[in-house]
Design a protein around this ligand. Structure first.
Ligand SMILES: Cc1cc2nc3c(=O)[nH]c(=O)nc-3n(C[C@H](O)[C@H](O)[C@H](O)COP(=O)(O)OP(=O)(O)OC[C@H]3O[C@@H](n4cnc5c(N)ncnc54)[C@H](O)[C@@H]3O)c2cc1C
Length: 450
């Protein structure tokens, strides 16, 4: 069976190309979009591109915000969204997921079985199970030669480790296997507080992140920021617990968060994974101007408190940007999460799992007019630098950058460290000796080969 291939003037091309998460990618003009439906068809496309020395972009959901991560000017986009399929194995312990699937559909397929899988990059289940890439048990991947191979703990082990965090540098992933686990309703939701609640929320986050016995089922995001729509600052807490069984009282490990007053709004409840995921995705609007920038620090209370003041100063000159909504989000990597990551075996991340806990800092501006792009990007990079300087001054800086939240200008693979960089370049030389995924796939975070 042949697959859909769209040229710039053909029906559906514009609709396909304007369906990225941000305007930055919708504005790119590829020369064609191919929508393969099987690994064989992906292999055919890769073989042809390698033979003709053509440039390609590989697109999943297209959610990475920065320009050109998964789209390409004057090149072929391999749009993976038709590689669907969520298949449980016979004893229901493993789910195989087509690379074009959405997590919502995966959760909906598993829910009637009373099962779930980890999902996302940092997920509700990361505390118990580590980074999502650590949970993968098999990648099916198309190499630059067009060969379709599996990578797992016993076959192509080096490729398996490299794909866990190494992004699009080694092949086109067509299918991923994850273990399943029993999952009932989760406890959680959002509480919204005034900006002045930030210090209380940060103290709760610091205590949670640095607990010598972190609750592995608890998951926390703390956001502060400024929004034109609100006309000021808010502090927003998203707290979840994977196994707590009553709405009131909430989980003991999250009690410092639930005690924070005043509350402007709250949605704490018990709900299914599908319901929480649907709610979360309802907050995001596609096709706007929206970017992520990230850093990682150690959970130092003074720096975490200072982030609000640094943000307040930085945001002042850009407050005139139309429809500005700027969030600064703190997310702990607890010692338990890092321990689980280490136990899962080698990955690409190079993160020092025995030196945690850490806090991931995500800067997420959203705005509506192109004329403000440059100023907002510069302000965000300057704010990152200010946070990093404050962390460096007290020995609390961490080299690792979380890829999902990184801006295209950030050196993510370098942040994995020299050893990991060397390992990843070796895996590239072995499985992609002509450097196809380095030279012909310019989007994404590259290995920096000469
Ligand atoms: C509203 C919103 C909320 C989010 N919340 C979270 C969160 O809670 N936790 C979290 O960790 N992350 C979160 N993210 C980030 C999100 O996880 C990433 O944006 C997402 O995982 C990227 O996947 P994608 O399929 O959209 O990839 P794309 O953006 O399509 O591609 C990303 C990169 O991967 C490459 N690629 C894509 N598919 C393949 C493939 N099959 N084979 C090889 N390379 C490929 C592309 O070439 C590109 O370089 C959020 C993003 C959004 C928009």
């Amino acid at each position: 069976m042949s697959f859909k291939s769209l040229q710039p003037k053909s029906n559906g091309f514009e609709e396909h190309n304007k369906s990225y998460f941000t305007a930055f990618n919708n504005d790119i003009s590829p020369s064609a979009i191919a929508c393969p439906e099987s690994a064989d068809q992906v292999a055919q496309l890769v073989r042809e591109a390698a033979q003709s020395n053509s440039k390609i972009g590989i697109r999943g959901a297209g959610n990475t915000p920065w320009k050109g991560a998964a789209n390409i000017d004057n090149g072929l986009v391999i749009d993976m969204r038709n590689l669907t399929g969520v298949t449980l194995n016979a004893d229901k312990t493993t789910v195989s997921i087509g690379a074009g699937e959405r997590w919502g559909n995966v959760y909906e397929t598993l829910a009637p079985e009373g099962l779930a899988t980890i999902g996302g990059g940092l997920s509700y289940f990361s505390g118990r199970r580590g980074f999502v890439c650590d949970a993968v048990t098999n990648f099916e991947v198309v190499l630059a030669s067009g060969e379709i191979v599996n990578a797992n703990k016993t076959t192509n082990q080096d490729l398996f480790a490299a794909l866990k965090g190494g992004s699009n540098n080694f092949g086109v992933v067509t299918k991923i296997d994850f273990p399943t686990f029993p999952q009932d309703k989760l406890w959680g939701g959002m509480t919204v507080h005034p900006g002045t609640s930030y210090p209380d929320a940060v103290r709760a986050l610091h205590s949670f992140a640095t607990s010598p016995t972190p609750d592995p089922d608890a998951h926390v995001l703390l956001s502060t920021g400024w929004a034109e729509r609100v006309g000021g600052e808010l502090t927003v807490l998203s707290t979840f617990h994977a196994s707590h069984s009553t709405v009131e009282p909430g989980p003991e490990s999250l009690s410092k968060f639930t005690a924070i007053e005043p509350r402007l709004n709250a949605s704490l409840r018990q709900a299914s994974l599908v319901e929480f995921t649907t709610e979360q995705s309802s907050y995001s609007v596609d096709g706007g101007r929206n970017l992520y920038f990230t850093t990682t620090i150690k959970p130092d209370i003074d720096i975490l408190l200072a982030i609000q003041e640094l943000f307040r100063t930085a945001v002042e000159p850009i407050k005139g940007a139309k429809e500005l909504a700027y969030s600064v989000v703190l997310q702990p990597f607890t010692t338990h999460m890092l321990k689980k990551s280490a136990e899962a075996g080698q990955n690409a991340l190079g993160i020092a799992t025995d030196d945690g806990p850490y806090v991931n800092v995500l800067l997420n501006p959203a705005w509506s007019e192109e004329k403000d792009d440059e100023q907002i990007v510069q302000m965000s990079l300057d704010l990152l630098e200010a946070i990093n300087k404050a962390a460096e001054a007290t020995g609390k800086a961490v080299q690792y950058r979380f890829l999902n939240y990184s801006h295209g200008s950030q050196k993510v693979i370098e942040s994995y460290g020299k050893d990991s960089g060397k390992f990843l370049r070796g895996v590239s030389a072995k499985y992609d000796p002509n450097g196809f995924f380095q030279k012909n796939v310019p989007g994404g975070f590259k290995l920096g080969l000469p």
